[in-house]
Design a protein around this ligand. Structure first.
Ligand code: SF4
Length: 264
């Protein structure tokens, strides 16, 4: 099996504002593969826009890369990488083997599009933490910002997150990428978040460069890239702070903000 770019399914570790020193595990490293094509995606271009769940990279390959990595210095092992990790049918197996091998907590970053599948939820329940994306509070913004595979609706994603919340005993955070559209939707977001009741809401700004084509080394925390890249026009930190205050007031939930940590 040929793996493109830096040819590793394990990358980093990188410092994550939410999780500490995080070692990335990429179960999709053959290509960029996702059920979304978010306008701000740091991978640049999603080449395979799909909901197909299958083994993209063999578990043995991932575990070999993990063994050869600097996993000992990581606080946490994060399944993320070149797209949506829950599309990998060996995700549960990799979570189990990673925990056995490293005895470190495992975090999964997901866009939530597969959570209506009970098998996916069962596998995710083996993780310690799940951070789930929710960037839109109405169907039109969802289509415009996340650009999902045809047939995926915002309501279905919300229903899947609620089902996961009922079954998952670990830490579930909702990650919200702030865009100009979000600013007008604090009340709608609050209504949805009050139904989900996550352990935390994490607000982020799309500050990372967007390569013009898929670039595997854009995984991780990069402020600059060695390839041509664009930036997504976003909102100011003052606007983000106002949204954060409104959300906290309307939900009473724990709300963390990347912009606050980056400006500290
Ligand atoms: S869900 Fe993540 S990987 Fe998929 S398009 Fe959006 S930002 Fe990129």
């Amino acid at each position: 099996m040929t793996i493109a770019g830096s040819s590793k399914t394990v990358y980093g570790p990188v410092r994550s504002w939410r999780a500490g020193v995080s070692l990335g595990v990429d179960l999709l490293a053959l290509n960029s593969i996702c059920s979304f094509r978010c306008v701000y995606c740091q991978l640049g271009k999603i080449n395979r826009h799909t909901t197909a769940r299958k083994v993209y990279v063999a578990t043995e390959r991932v575990m070999t890369d993990l063994l050869r990595s600097s996993w000992r210095i990581a606080d946490i092992i994060t399944l993320s990488g070149s797209g949506e990790p829950t599309l990998a049918a060996n995700m549960g197996e990799v979570i189990r083997q990673t925990k056995t091998l490293t005895n470190k907590p495992v975090l999964v970053l997901t866009n939530g599009t597969t959570l209506n599948d009970a098998a996916v939820r069962r596998e995710l329940c083996e993780a310690d933490k799940i951070y789930c994306k929710l960037d839109a509070a109405d169907a039109e913004t969802f289509r415009r910002i996340n650009r999902p595979v045809e047939g995926i609706t915002l309501q279905a994603v919300i229903n899947g997150i609620k089902a996961l919340k009922r079954e998952f005993t670990g830490e579930l955070a909702i990650q919200l990428m702030l865009t100009p559209a979000s600013l007008k939707q604090a009340e709608q977001f609050a209504r949805i978040l009050n139904e989900i009741k996550p352990d935390e809401v994490q607000l982020n700004l799309p500050y990372r460069p967007i390569p013009r084509e898929w670039f595997i080394d854009a995984r991780g925390n990069n402020d600059t890239l060695p390839v041509p890249a664009n930036h997504f026009t976003t909102i100011t930190t003052e606007e983000a702070a106002r949204f954060e205050a409104a959300l906290r007031h309307l939900t009473g939930l724990k709300v963390s903000s990347a912009h606050r940590i980056r400006s500290d």
